[in-house]
Design a protein around this ligand. Structure first.
Ligand code: IPM
Ligand code: MG
Length: 369
């Protein structure tokens, strides 16, 4: 029997509600497979800041250090509430970015997955969705503008100014490229490289290194697209994409567009992979406006569990079952109030009921282990 330690960081806003549903699924996976999980809850985000004065306290670091994988809920406060916390202690700068840096989780996989069962959530026309959308955005997660040198000051003329640098080393570009090419070679063998080399020198180096790495993957066809054009094509013809690789900031923006294509960021789980440790999180924020109402869909959090099974625990078949169970609940006509309007023909259920239905579906699936 394999034993894994999982740090559980429920986070802020809707985090604790949707994390509770993901934990139910983890407990069922233990029953169905030759595996045991030691769940280690810890404070992370604004909740940690209010309890300890630090959004990523030492105790949480120790728990994450000891874990085989980390399941992290959304963090953050409303724009107004954030102003009550010093800028560098706010959950994003004080917890999330330090977590990415601490574990060097450089490869962020963000699936934009819209099978037919979920097509009704998308704002795109049926003829654009076709047989369904199935893209993985591979976002570089520990470089670029997010982590480059920053300077804020007042110049000789008394004008306030800011400088933020977009920095990448060869090694950083190389490692994300290998991840993207490997993924593409296991899928449709097409990699869309997203860049802005007509303006940015960082993209010139990015493309140069991409071409060098490409030699090791002759089976993968590379298609280069400028990031602005990619934004348009994602709306007009999303089915042409399979794996897309891009730097950090481009990935932040285009992955949210991916959420728009699906109809909600609530349908976007993600994996943040490092060579030593990986963590899994929804791509969305903590949605403070709907927190505590039992209406947030736990899909992104349960989907993050599926990505953990696949990437950290080598449980690919059970991961597929988890995806199928979640999508099956939608296929049966159920939805939650954050995703669907009442009266729109769906059978409205709560966060907890959605989690229960996923558990019920999964427990009826044949065991794989
Ligand atoms: C994301 C989020 C984060 C990011 C924020 C919360 C710092 O938007 O994971 O996409 O910009 O990376
Ligand atoms: Mg984002």
């Amino acid at each position: 029997m394999k034993n894994y330690k999982i740090a559980i960081l429920a986070g802020d806003g809707i985090g604790p509600e949707i994390t509770a549903e993901a934990v139910k699924v983890l407990k069922l996976i233990e029953q169905r497979n030759d595996v045991s999980f030691e769940l280690m809850p810890a404070l992370f985000g604004a909740c940690a800041y209010f309890a300890t004065g630090d959004a990523f306290p030492q105790e949480t670091k120790d728990i994450c250090d000891a874990a085989d994988a980390i399941l992290k809920g959304p963090i953050g406060l409303s724009h107004e509430e954030s102003k009550g916390i010093p800028i560098d202690k706010q959950p994003e700068r004080g917890a999330l970015l330090p977590m990415r840096r601490r574990y060097n989780t450089y490869a962020n996989f963000r699936p934009v997955s819209l099978p037919k069962e979920l097509a009704h959530f998308s704002p795109l026309k049926p003829e654009i969705i076709g047989e369904g959308i199935d893209i993985i955005i591979v976002r570089e997660l520990v470089g670029g503008l997010y982590f480059g040198e920053k300077e804020l000051g007042v110049d000789a003329n008394g004008q306030r100014y800011v400088k933020e640098t977009l920095e990448y080393t060869e090694a950083q570009i190389c490692q994300i490229m290998h991840q993207a090419f490997k993924l593409a070679s296991h899928r449709k063998k097409v990699l869309h490289n997203i860049h802005k080399s007509n303006v940015l020198k960082s993209s010139v180096l990015w493309n140069e290194i991409m071409e060098e790495v490409a030699i090791e993957y002759p089976e993968v066809e590379v298609i280069n697209i400028l990031v602005d054009a990619a934004a348009t094509l994602l709306c007009l013809k999303p089915t042409q994409f399979d794996v897309m690789v891009m730097e950090n900031m481009f990935g932040d923006i285009l992955s949210d567009q991916g959420g728009g294509i699906l109809g909600s960021l609530g349908l976007m789980p993600s994996a943040c992979l490092g060579d030593e440790k990986s963590y899994y999180e929804p791509s969305h924020g903590s949605a403070p406006d709907i927190a505590g109402k039992n209406i947030a869909n736990p899909y992104s959090m349960i989907g993050s569990v599926a990505m953990m099974l696949e990437n950290s625990f080598d449980m690919q078949d059970e991961a597929k079952n988890v995806w199928a169970a979640m999508q099956g609940v939608f296929a049966d006509g159920f939805s939650t109030a954050d995703l669907s309007k009442s009266g729109s023909g769906v059978n409205m259920i709560s966060t907890v009921e959605f989690g229960d239905k996923v558990v019920e579906k999964l427990s009826n699936m044949p065991k794989v282990g």
